[in-house]
Structures are given as C-alpha cells and as structure tokens.
Design a protein around this ligand. Structure first.
Ligand code: ADP
Ligand code: MG
Length: 295
C-alpha cells in the first residue's frame, strides 16, 4: 500500500484554556487515500467543523497527529505554499465566502494571480476551463455574486478551490444552504469532479442522500466522540450505535421516524431513544426505498 494522502491520529481539539477549556473532539483517527471521500456526520455542535478545520490548518490540535503524504501537517501559517495548495476548502455559506464586489471571472482568477499562474491570456483560458468544469455557463463570468443563485455561487466557490489543483477538498456543509434540487446537482458535480480529478474529500454533511451518493466511508461523531466509522455501505445500512440509527432515522426519513410514536416523543424531548424504538424505525427505513432512490 502506498502512503495515504491524509492520516489523522488521535486528534484532540480543545477551545479555551484551564478552567474554561472545552474539548470539542476527544480523539479521532482515520486515513484518507488519494481520491477517497470520507463523510463526517453528526448533529450540530458535535465537532465536525472542528475536525475539518484542523485539517485545513485553521484550528491547532491539542494533541494527536495530522500527516499529509506521511509528513507532519503544521498549522496554516507554517504550511509551505505547496501544502496549502493541496488542501482547499468550500464553506457552507456560498455568499459569504465570495467577494461581493468582484465579478465571477475575477473571483476564480484570484488564486491564479496569487500563485503567479501564467500571463493574463493563460489565466483567462484557465478560468474558462474551471467554469466549464463546474458547469458555469460563460455568460456568468461578468456577474457579481449577488446576481447569482445559491447553487451558482457554490459552483464559483468550487471553481476557485479547484484553481489551486488541490488533492483534498474539504466541503463543510457546502450543500446545506442550498435547496433540495440544487443540493442534488452540486453533489453530482462534486462526485464527477472527484472521479475526473481523483480528488479526495472530507465531506461534512447532514444530508444522508448525498453522503450515500458521494462518500466511500463515513465517520459519525456524537458530542466530540467518534461513535462509528467505516464503509458507507456498512454504517448507513447496518448502523451499530444507537446514535447513528437516530441520526439516520431523523435525517433520512423523518416521516418514517415520526410515525414511530416512541421515537417522535423521544426526539421531541431530546431524550436517548431505546434500542427497540430505533430498531422499529430502521426496519421502516430499510423496507422502503431508502432516501428516495433505488440502491
Ligand atoms: P459542528 O460543526 O459539528 O456543528 P463544531 O466543530 O463547530 O461542531 O463545534 C463543536 C463544539 O465546539 C461546539 O460545542 C461549539 O460550540 C464549540 N466551538 C466551536 N468553535 C469554537 C470556538 N472557536 N471557541 C469555543 N468553542 C467552540
Ligand atoms: Mg459545523
């Protein structure tokens, strides 16, 4: 086996110091191979962003190891340009991450300028190529972000990230702000890009449909603890932890989940749910067409 692209070893993330220290992640470990997609799921506040922000170098781990191509991955300000290039990030709010004053072509060109890519003509060719890769029609090139739909803005953010020719793309709830249909389109785009570019991804999401479509593996985090991880086909179809089952029940098929009165009540009260109740819900979910499309 070759060296994994990314290795995460016992990663612990704290916020604050001393008395006010809060542990957001209590140890997470996994490897990511080139071209592999790992989904990170869990409810809000479970530590998903903390994990991927540490990989992006935006948060310094309290302990543990991050290795890229087998080499220690320092915080962002200590990363050499080549390392920065390899890991790119796309955020949840496609509007906030784009300069509102710039036109689409300038937004996508910016990383090319910063890294000294070619001359103006060469950059224009590359911008056109990136727009085509992200299925942005050329007539959008002169628009400003506020003149774009949410899906178009997120495509621009993806095009800008791809300009650096990353090997690892971190998408932190990148689809969450989009409407249902647009989520499908953008997740398909990401799948295609992943295949065409052999792009590895850390895919943080609430949407189990796109997790299932996009990811090879999934890491389930509950309150900073990894409760389950493995192949999507195992974890999503045979979840071992009650937490994963609850997440699935609530996220995949809320109607089925809510049709189970015990689960509905427990969800409402924020209570832990009995194994038995979850089993009932999982049976409903397995029995139906899971997440709307055939397996
Ligand atoms: P998620 O992305 O799963 O919603 P986060 O990683 O953003 O979760 O947050 C995990 C926990 O860490 C939450 O309880 C959150 O309030 C806390 N947290 C996140 N960022 C900070 C910060 N900069 N300072 C203090 N606490 C934080
Ligand atoms: Mg988050």
């Amino acid at each position: 086996m070759s060296t994994p692209l990314l290795q995460i070893r016992d990663l612990v993330i704290d916020y604050g110091k001393g008395e006010s220290r809060f542990r957001a992640l209590h140890g997470c470990s996994f490897d990511l191979e080139p071209g592999q997609v790992m989904a990170v799921v869990g409810e809000s506040g479970s530590g998903k962003s903390s994990l991927v922000r540490a990989v992006a170098g935006l948060v310094a781990p309290a302990s543990g190891e991050l290795l890229l191509d087998g080499q220690a991955l320092p915080p962002l300000r200590k990363r050499p340009p080549e390392t920065r290039r390899i890991i790119q990030m796309v955020f949840q709010d496609p509007g906030a991450s784009l300069n509102p004053l710039h036109r689409v072509h300038a937004i996508i060109e910016e990383p090319l300028l910063v890294t000294g890519y070619g001359d103006a003509a060469r950059r224009a060719v590359r911008v056109a190529e990136l727009m085509e890769m992200t299925q942005l029609s050329t007539d959008l090139a002169r628009r400003r972000p506020r003149e774009l739909s949410g899906g178009q803005k997120q495509r621009v953010a993806i095009a800008r990230a791809l300009a650096m020719e990353p090997r690892l793309l971190i998408a932190d709830e990148a689809l969450s702000a989009l409407d249902f249909t647009t989520q499908d389109h953008v997740s398909r785009l990401l799948s295609d890009l992943r295949r065409d570019l052999n792009l590895a991804m850390l895919f943080v999401s609430h949407d189990m449909r796109s997790v299932r479509r996009m990811a090879d593996d999934v890491c389930v985090i509950e309150k900073g603890h990894v409760v389950e991880q493995g192949a999507v086909s195992d974890v999503l179809y045979n979840p071992k932890s009650a937490y994963t089952r609850l997440l699935l029940a609530a996220a995949l098929n809320p109607r089925a989940a809510l049709s189970d009165p015990r689960l509905a009540e427990a969800l409402e009260n924020g209570e832990a749910v009995s194994e038995e109740a979850l089993k009932g819900v999982m049976d409903i979910i397995r029995g139906g067409a899971l997440m709307g499309d055939a397996r």
